[in-house]
Design a protein around this ligand. Structure first.
Ligand SMILES: Nc1nc2c(ncn2[C@@H]2O[C@H](COP(=O)(O)OP(=O)(O)OP(=O)(O)O)[C@@H](O)[C@H]2O)c(=O)[nH]1
Ligand SMILES: [Mg+2]
Length: 207
């Protein structure tokens, strides 16, 4: 748990203006690299858009839905005048047309490997499933690109508290192989609010 001053900083940033800036479909569309940037990556349906909504306390800022593959663009949000929050298209979704999937996956990979000002990639992992093979591919890409990533476990409300430790142990073991991994794991529930204050503090204190 971050200290009180950091939590206060997080509260202030996320209570202030957060606005949708643009949806990007090609690297050439990225906004100027002039802010601290953090992104939310993860399998389709893991809860990326819901987490952004929970952080900002707004129900429909980032679109969230039951239909996997809903976020098909790189969506930029501005937080105050210092940060970009970036909602990424999900990976590992097989039901969309192959050509469409291939196009977003290529964009996702160029972005994760090539955005200079990306300070941290939050990689979301569904707490019910742990780290899967498709996640490993992304973690390896982040290692190669030397982008620090931090695992955020989502949907904590969907499993029993008594099972949390087992998942954390599996995830910690998997992270041992990844030099770009930030050691602390954040357990969240966008539904119940777990971990939201912590994540706000982490983002707001990245200067
Ligand atoms: N119970 C519970 N459900 C959640 C939580 N977070 C997300 N969900 C649900 O999971 C589904 C997918 O959430 P999204 O936020 O759209 O997931 P996403 O990762 O943005 O999905 P794509 O944009 O398709 O990649 C929705 O039905 C959400 O309501 C959570 O913390 N708890
Ligand atoms: Mg989404």
């Amino acid at each position: 748990m971050p200290d009180e001053a950091s939590r206060e900083k997080g509260r202030l940033m996320f209570a202030g203006p957060i606005d949708f800036l643009k949806g990007v479909v090609a690297m050439s569309g990225l906004p100027p690299a002039d802010r601290v940037e953090v992104c939310f990556a993860g399998r389709s349906n893991v809860g990326k858009s819901s987490l952004i909504n929970a952080l900002t306390g707004r129900k429909a800022l980032a679109r969230a839905s039951n239909t996997p593959g809903r976020t098909q663009e790189i969506n930029y949000f501005t937080a105050g005048d210092t940060h970009y929050l970036v909602d990424l298209p999900g990976y590992g979704y097989a039901e969309a047309p192959v050509a469409v999937v291939a196009k977003w996956q290529a964009l996702l990979k160029s972005y994760l490997g090539g955005r200079q000002t990306l300070r941290r990639a939050f990689v979301l992992i569904d707490m019910r499933h742990g780290i899967k093979k498709v996640d490993e591919e992304i973690l390896t890409l982040l290692d190669r690109s030397a982008v620090t990533f931090q695992v955020v476990l989502t949907k904590a409300d969907k499993i029993k508290t008594s099972e949390h430790e087992k998942v954390l142990t599996q995830v910690r073991a998997a992270l041992q192989k990844h030099p770009a991994a930030y050691p602390e794991i954040v357990v969240t529930s966008s539904e119940k609010g777990d971990g939201i204050e912590t994540l706000r503090a982490i983002i707001a204190t990245m200067a």
